[in-house]
Design a protein around this ligand. Sequence first.
Ligand code: 4AD
Ligand code: MG
Length: 478
Amino acid sequence: MKRIKIKELLTTVPTAQAVTVQGWVRTFRNNQFISINDGSTLQNLQAVVELNSLDDTLLKRITTGACVSVTGTLVASLGKGQAVEVKVTTLEILGECDAEQYPLQLKNRPSLEYLREIAHLRIRTNTFGAVMRIRHAMAFAVHQFFNDRGFYYVHTPVITGSDAEGAGAMFRVTTLDAANPPRTEEGKVNYQEDFFGRETNLTVSGQLEGETYALALSEIYTFGPTFRAENSNTTRHLAEFWMIEPEMAFYDLPDNMQLATELLQYLVRYALAHCREDLEFLHKRAHDEEATKPQEQRSEWGLLERLTFVTENDFVRLSYTEAIDILKNSNPNKKKKFQYLIEDWGTDLQSEHERYLVEKHFKKPVILYNYPAAIKSFYMRQNEDGKTVAAMDVLFPGIGEIIGGSQREERHDRLLRRVEELNMPLKDLWWYLELRKFGSAPHSGFGLGFERLMLFVTGMTNIRDVIPYPRFPGNAAF
Ligand code: 4AD
Ligand code: MG
């Protein structure tokens, strides 16, 4: 008989029809009530075994974690907590689970830290089921958003020969024997003998290749994995993360800010509309966790309020120069509470400053723009003041930077001068510069960190808990 997913079954009108359900046992109570989850929804299905209807050896094998196939009749439930239940007629164990060894027992609720060590099983918990269903919905919504607006999805390369983005340290890709690589006459590693006949790395961003497509297809986006070999052991950084990077011809910086705002609001709205049950579960989960903290550390708002707030309010747009003024005169700066004190125009902002602006000063998402050229990437468009570039960062409560982007320098002479000032390798960048010679156009784009978005939407607090198999310094398990 054809399997029905639990999500569908729970909204089916029960008429004692025969149904088959397959899934994993969450609990088995009183040798009678089996609670089954198949991942289609947070809810479990209750399957009821009538007394003496199954033999004892079979009953013993119905343990938490076991995979079962149940056929029975769908009836209105007598118990509370569910509208329908299945009265079991036959039950088959598809995969046994030794209760002694299975680490996910309801009675000893495992910590998130421990669950990271058993990432192959953590998806069977309510929390990770909810997070990963939302992750799917958000990825789907990203494509929906751009497709609806006529953006083309471009697959930029994962292995790259250009060492030019400057977004972060890179992972080398090589097939040379690390212990005994071929050498040039000067004794350096001879990458001409490597697989690609040159040095190659895993990409830190699809932007530069994305720009070439925007200058032909007008509006494009990439959405793929990116890699950074930085030794950042924080709750906001991964060595492998997914990034959404739209790139648009004929957009200036305000157009870019507008698109970033609409994208974020669309995604959050999509989650509220399509992931209600999972969000309500995570809302409650975060609320319970907050309650264990001292009063002054608790956040004023719950997850659902934060999400709704973002969809209903404009983001503050603030220049870097205005931000420095606010920060310089802020209490934590005057009382030397910031770890990095703000003294002069030109210093890079740390996440403590970003979070002060968003969480304390404005209490709203903030788009910071026009940063000093010296602290931003070479490709950002130079402003007429000779000091700043048309950069923007979108800062979110609890997260800090969620988006980084800019208008791009489309003027060949200006870009070349910047590349030379920074001693960047022209041999790797020739094609990027050439774009500015052959029908250049004003254009802009940004990168949204998918896992930073996921942190915001799920209310989880560690980025390692919103990606299936996190990679970070010292860890590439699974
Ligand atoms: O600010 P970033 O480094 O910008 C770029 O890579 C540009 N090329 C994007 C563009 O304009 N097309 O990174 C963009 C975003 C950040 O705002 C952050 O959300 C996320 O990517 N991000 C990370 N997320 C997780 N782990 C890391 N190590 C991250 N580094 C950046
Ligand atoms: Mg950035």
